[in-house]
Design a protein around this ligand. Structure first.
Ligand SMILES: Nc1ncnc2c1ncn2[C@@H]1O[C@H](COP(=O)(O)OP(=O)(O)OP(=O)(O)O)[C@@H](O)[C@H]1O
Length: 254
């Protein structure tokens, strides 16, 4: 379902931290209705790019358009259409899980009854009902990730941007999250996920961008990018960097 205007269009995004160029002029089109994976080695610039794409970090140069609207000139209107799961998210963790999701919904100006219903639905879908009354500070890493995802979903955004949503999440919960996201895409939503799990991206996403050292090395449909190989093999080929372990001879026990 591609109406022509991309859900997200990045043009020439740059970001420097001191002497480090984290993002080196990245341009990317994420088609509307796509399930888009962003993969790349550690330090590639994925989080920095997604932070700029969602209005969490101001680019040094370049533009971000969401469904054709410029993010940095209409931040309020554009952010209303976004659901974001940032990396290393800081939550109000002295709230319970249920309170946190409720708070996120009310902050979005939603009706209290609708928020209550959706909070229950999200807690059930993410297998958090039993933990609904516990403080988020006492949640495990995976539970925290799931409740943060619920806060990104509660207002039914048009575009979801999720930085490593499966990190620390158990396999059953990951399958539930995949089902939720797949259904969301089927009904017209757009999802962007960053992940290090190539197999998951290959199975779940229809598009992918490979990012390294702040550049896009390849982008397109998953089949175009993997070009007959597995995504993992193609990734290693594009990114390179397999290290010899010779230097760790001291680690061998026999
Ligand atoms: N706030 C910051 N201050 C200084 N340098 C930063 C900052 N944020 C990111 N960087 C640097 O920018 C580069 C890109 O980092 P980024 O977090 O975007 O990578 P990533 O692809 O998300 O990595 P990972 O897969 O390890 O999460 C790295 O060299 C990182 O050290």
């Amino acid at each position: 379902m591609d109406s022509g205007v991309p859900a997200l269009a990045l043009r020439g995004l740059w970001k420097k931290f001191g002497d480090t160029i984290a993002v080196h002029g990245i341009s990317l089109d994420v088609p509307r209705g796509s399930f888009y994976g962003v993969v790349g080695p550690n330090g590639a610039g994925k989080t920095t790019t997604l932070s700029m794409a969602t209005g969490l970090l101001r680019p040094d140069a370049g533009t971000v358009a969401v469904h054709g609207r410029d993010l940095w000139s209409e931040p309020d209107a554009v952010k209303r259409t976004l659901g974001v799961l940032p990396d290393g998210v800081r939550l109000f963790d002295r709230l319970t899980g249920a309170q946190l999701i409720t708070y996120a919904g009310l902050l979005r100006g939603m009706d209290r009854d609708v928020v209550a219903q959706r909070t229950d639905d999200l807690l059930a879908a993410l297998d958090l009902t039993d933990a609904a009354g516990r403080l988020v500070v006492d949640y495990s890493a995976g539970m925290t990730k799931k409740v943060a995802l619920a806060t990104a979903l509660v207002h039914a955004p048009e575009l979801l941007v999720l930085d490593e949503p499966f990190e620390a999440v158990d396999p059953v919960s990951a399958a539930n999250i995949r089902d939720i996201l797949t259904a969301y895409v089927r009904t017209g939503g757009t999802v962007i996920v960053s992940s290090h799990v190539m197999d998951l991206v290959q199975r779940m996403c229809d598009h992918v961008a490979v990012v390294a050292a702040g550049h896009v090395l390849a982008a397109g449909t998953v089949d175009e990018v993997r070009a007959g190989d597995s995504l993992e093999d193609r990734f290693v080929e594009l990114v390179g960097g397999r290290q010899s372990t010779e230097g760790l001879a001291w680690l061998r026990t026999s």
